[in-house]
Design a protein around this ligand. Structure first.
Ligand code: URA
Length: 275
């Protein structure tokens, strides 16, 4: 039932924004209540127009990726694993991720959010997935939680020139929804290869999703945070510390004292490495 008076366009847009609907998936609206409504675009169809606006990528002399999305999530995971293993440098990894069309998120995100910071850094931080600001800028942690992350790093004398930052999922999920387990599994080979190539001495997982995805934990973040884990890259073991996600700290500032304990543990571990 349409309320009386009917909402204005501005009110409707505000409603959509509040509900997390802040990006258009197609030029024209589709009435899916009609019997002959067109099928929703598949990941590859959604991704297809983007390929044509990235002519530079077509000239990259790297691995041949499938032209259409793999038919099943399992095939997409295998395809991601095989592609990631071929990347010998971070640049090559970024290139092949930009062309990978096995993850539907690529079709709805504005761009790939690969990383920020110093690839030579001893400390690598991994978050969950880009949000709206990151999608616009193409860099991880540039929104409100990113500003808090910068303050947290500054508290132990670090900034983005001294750390490397990435996410488990490199494309923004529409409306900032939680990535599905399948999307996480498809993207996991890429972040694992990224960690292998950066080869940091310390890994910090920000929040529960990245902790569970990378460290294989099942407990919640309140149990895992502040505990050191071993992360095996296949080539060597890296010490890894889960901590609270800055977005969570913005909602629950009283837990900042726990994050501070974790930051001090990170600073101590870094000092021991440099000694
Ligand atoms: N939250 C994340 O997990 N990653 C980002 O890049 C931004 C917010």
């Amino acid at each position: 039932m349409i309320p009386d008076p009917a909402p204005t366009l501005r009110q409707l847009l505000a409603f959509y924004m509040d509900a997390g609907v802040d990006c258009a998936l197609a030029e024209d609206p589709v009435n899916r209540m009609l019997d002959d409504a067109p099928e929703p675009a598949t990941a590859s169809e959604a991704a297809e127009p983007r390929r044509s606006v990235r002519p530079a990528l077509q000239t990259q002399p790297s691995v041949e990726l499938p032209r259409t999305a793999p038919p099943t999530p399992d095939a997409a995971i295998v395809s991601a694993r095989e592609a990631a293993a071929t990347a010998q440098t971070l640049e090559a990894l970024r290139d092949l991720m930009q062309r990978f069309d096995g993850c539907a998120l690529r079709g709805t995100a504005k761009q790939l959010v690969f990383a920020d910071g110093n690839p030579q850094a001893k400390l690598m931080l991994v978050g969950e997935a880009p949000g709206r600001d990151e999608d616009i800028e193409g860099l991880p942690f540039v929104g409100r939680s990113g500003k808090l992350l910068d303050l947290m790093l500054a508290a132990i004398g670090l900034d983005r020139s001294k750390v490397y930052i990435a996410n488990v999922i490199p494309w923004r999920p529409p409306g900032n929804r939680t990535p599905t387990p399948q999307e996480t599994q498809i993207c996991l080979p890429f972040i694992k290869r990224q960690i292998e190539l950066v080869n940091p001495d310390l890994l910090v997982t920000l929040g529960n999703p990245s902790t569970q995805a990378l460290l294989g934990t099942r407990d919640g973040i309140m149990r895992t945070r502040g505990r050191w884990f071993d992360y095996d890259t296949g080539l060597r073991t890296i010490r890894a510390l889960p901590t609270l996600h800055p977005a969570y700290l913005l909602r629950q500032p009283t837990y900042k004292r726990l994050a501070w304990q974790d930051l001090r543990a990170i600073a101590t571990a870094l000092a021991a490495i440099s000694a």
